[in-house]
Write a protein that binds this ligand. Sequence first.
Ligand SMILES: [Zn+2]
Length: 209
Amino acid sequence: MAKLDHFFKDFNKTKLEKHIQELLKNYDFNQEFESELISDLITEKHYYCACHGLRPLRFRKEPYPGRCYNFFGFFLSLGWHPISWNQCIYPKSKENIVKDALRKAIEPDISEYKRQHPKCERCGKLSKEIDHIEPEFDVIAQQALKTLSHKDWESIMIDSFNFLIKEEFRLPDNNPALIYTLEAHKTVKLQAVCKKCHQINAEERKNNQ
Ligand SMILES: [Zn+2]
């Protein structure tokens, strides 16, 4: 437990996250840099690195469409490897691991819709995001999670926690939650929105509940 104190005593989790976010703003994409703090955090808190004594020596971020960046650490034994510093602070639940994989699976649909609707469908400004009007993505994902058997969860846990695989975790094609989501997504009502109208949509939904 002493290790945990080392990080979360001076810094609570929110502060630590903010601090690292600020730190990362100092570096350009693809610029290599060292950070004792992030190295320590990963060595001590990452589910795989902590067990296997792995310590990243330096870091870089790469641009990734739709997200802030992809993050990589350089390990003597592995070379450059994707790593999430954020998950060392906030470990993901297995449900969220699956939800993220489902979100990734519908990305092609979303980008295609966005391509076809460059303007906000509410105000006509440039569209920035795609809103799931009906049903919301979370509703689909919740239903999808219910299709998973104990055995499905077991193999998800084994595959998603295999740190040595360099690709991002994806659900296999025959996974029932993936099949459910792709099918449900065929009839979903989407709307291209600017940031402001996305917020207005969310507020309206909340008020109508
Ligand atoms: Zn708008």
